[in-house]
Design a protein around this ligand. Structure first.
Ligand SMILES: Cc1cc2nc3c(=O)[nH]c(=O)nc-3n(C[C@H](O)[C@H](O)[C@H](O)COP(=O)(O)OP(=O)(O)OC[C@H]3O[C@@H](n4cnc5c(N)ncnc54)[C@H](O)[C@@H]3O)c2cc1C
Length: 338
């Protein structure tokens, strides 16, 4: 009997040790892993205007300032911050948390869970359009890439030409992104059926597997790897220059601050709220060409401009927002994905 009791105690002890080890693996160690890999990502409340060693001094000589302030750390914001940090001091400001260790984000099987999670901490923010359509937008570092279906394609050459970009430079810019977060998919039976159906109804030619945007049917890239793990734009920050980049999470930008004394308004910095509701201001450096880049997404970006006083004068006045620049196009002519 005593032997059975001792064996039971040993079994319980082993179980306890295993559970503790598991908790350690899932919690603390994965947390430390991203902090080690991305030492420049910090909570917004840690911000002080003198916190960045790589940024230059403002006119007062005391405050730390940035060559670029990027508002919104999503699909566009993360690679942009990474690229600019190679040569300039950059502050990337994101309202959400990190996607690392968030199982709803990182597993293909949980794709739907983020989208139906309407809690305040969900990586996806649910909204209903004015015509009543339910939709979601990213609220996390990595933005839409943390909640979307993960299909990846390059832009069409026609699109690049129409917006006036340098086609050669655009093509050179895809490589590092594709190497880091894009994968060739293993087609599931239903995906093969869709491919075959498209070909059967004449959506041709069949272009095989390619990242190029081509007419016909093709198999494109995916940000889910062969194990069903999602790779978001936040992972692109691993290629940033850590000496020149600061990333703030839980930092909700409220408005861009302008100097309106001269002939043209000039952006000076941004005001943001941290996770405790405290306000901070981050300033641009005096370097010629310093910029605030608004990459808050299709809804967030015009919203940010409007909150900052850029938009149709009459609408701003109705909302009691001081007009910095009257621009009738802000928030208009929206298109949905075809
Ligand atoms: C369900 C779904 C499926 C999709 N599937 C695909 C697909 O398979 N392939 C594809 O190519 N596209 C897909 N898309 C579209 C794609 O995800 C978006 O077009 C893309 O993510 C937009 O990138 P962005 O950088 O403009 O904005 P986002 O990636 O949304 O980034 C904006 C960032 O700004 C932050 N932000 C907003 N306001 C503030 C503020 N005030 N202060 C601080 N930060 C702020 C947000 O939290 C967010 O992280 C899908 C979209 C959805 C919703």
């Amino acid at each position: 009997m005593a032997l059975v009791g001792a064996a039971l105690k040993l079994l319980l002890l082993l179980l306890w040790l295993k559970l503790n080890a598991l908790a350690f693996c899932q919690g603390k160690s994965s947390h430390n892993r991203w902090e080690n890999e991305y030492p420049f990502i910090k909570a917004a409340s840690s911000f002080s205007s003198s916190s960045s060693s790589s940024s230059s001094s403002s006119s007062s000589g005391r405050e730390k300032t940035y060559d670029y302030i990027i508002v919104g750390g999503g699909t566009a914001g993360c690679p942009l911050a990474t690229t600019l940090s190679q040569n300039y001091s950059v502050l990337l400001v994101e309202r959400g948390d990190v996607p690392f260790g968030n199982l709803n984000v990182s597993h293909l099987n949980n794709f739907h869970i983020s989208l139906v999670d309407t809690s305040r901490t969900s990586a996806a923010q649910t909204f209903i359009s004015t015509d009543g359509v339910f939709n979601s937008r990213g609220r996390v570092l990595g933005g839409g890439t943390a909640i979307n279906a993960g299909f990846y394609t390059r832009a069409s050459t026609r699109y690049v030409r129409n917006v006036g970009w340098d086609g050669k430079l655009v093509n050179e810019s895809y490589g590092w992104i594709e190497k880091q977060i894009v994968h060739r998919p293993n087609l599931a039976p239903w995906q093969m059926a869709v491919r075959d159906s498209l070909l059967e109804v004449g959506v041709s030619p069949f272009n095989g597997f390619t990242y190029d945007h081509l007419y016909g049917t093709k198999v494109g890239g995916t940000i889910f790897d062969k194990f069903g793990h999602r790779h978001t734009a936040a992972e692109l920050l691993a290629s940033a220059n850590p000496e020149k980049l600061n990333v703030l999470i839980h930092a909700t930008v409220q408005k861009i601050v302008f100097d309106t004394i001269g002939k043209k308004p000039k952006a000076l910095g941004v005001i943001f709220k941290d996770e405790h509701g405290n306000k901070h201001t981050a300033f641009l450096s005096k370097r010629r060409g310093s910029e605030i880049i608004v990459s808050c997404g299709a809804i967030g970006s015009p919203q940010m401009l409007l909150l900052s006083g850029i938009g149709p004068k009459a609408e701003l006045r109705k909302l009691n927002i001081s007009v910095v620049l009257d621009n009738v196009f802000v928030g208009k002519a929206w298109l949905t994905t075809p």
